[in-house]
Design a protein around this ligand. Structure first.
Ligand SMILES: [Zn+2]
Length: 74
């Protein structure tokens, strides 16, 4: 199963902004519209590879998604 990290943007920030302000990085199954924590994702929001997981690039991350992700990935 493949995973991606997808941003939940801060209120008032839009995916079309030059520098969208990320409130949380969620983790979702690739292609899913809903994060592991159950939160709906904006398909236009920035994504990044889960390779960034555990690095500064994944901050701030959603702790619910983090816990679920760690349980699903050996
Ligand atoms: Zn989440």
């Amino acid at each position: 199963m493949e995973y991606v990290m997808q941003a939940h943007l801060q209120e008032g920030s839009s995916p079309s902004d030059e520098h969208p302000q990320v409130e949380w990085w969620h983790i979702a199954h690739a292609g899913a519209r809903v994060a592991l924590c159950g939160r709906e994702l904006d398909p236009g929001a920035p994504r990044q590879s889960t390779d960034a997981w555990g690095t500064a690039g994944s901050q701030p991350f959603c702790h619910s998604c983090g816990a679920l992700y760690l349980r699903q990935v050996p």
